[in-house]
Design a protein. Structure first.
Length: 102
């Protein structure tokens, strides 16, 4: 049984003939990973705080638009769930790297 890799050659440089394990450096940006992570966590926190404020306002009778409160709560829920899934994937990747033999 033979496997033809013609389609894969166009997708990934790893499968091209003569490919090396060296990765060409990308253009350096001014933003590092830690600042990106910090900004993402701050956005999740802001979404949660906005949801909490609108929910409290609804309970106190200050906010009458239930639709807006529910949308804000759902947006915050989706944001938190996404952050949890990204965290879990990062942990899985870390654990997989730790199992690799060097």
């Amino acid at each position: 049984m033979t496997v033809h890799m013609q389609g894969v050659n166009n997708i990934s440089p790893v499968f091209r003939q003569g490919a090396t394990n060296q990765v060409q450096p990308e253009e350096k940006s001014n933003v590092d990973f830690s600042s990106l992570l910090k900004n993402a966590i701050e956005q999740v926190n802001q979404a949660e705080q906005a949801s909490n404020m609108k929910t409290e306002g609804l309970a106190q009778g200050k906010v009458e638009d239930l639709h807006d409160v529910m949308l804000t709560a759902q947006k915050a829920s989706i944001t938190v769930e996404t952050a949890v899934q990204v965290q879990q994937k990062a942990i899985d990747i870390y654990n997989e790297m730790m199992r690799m033999q060097v």
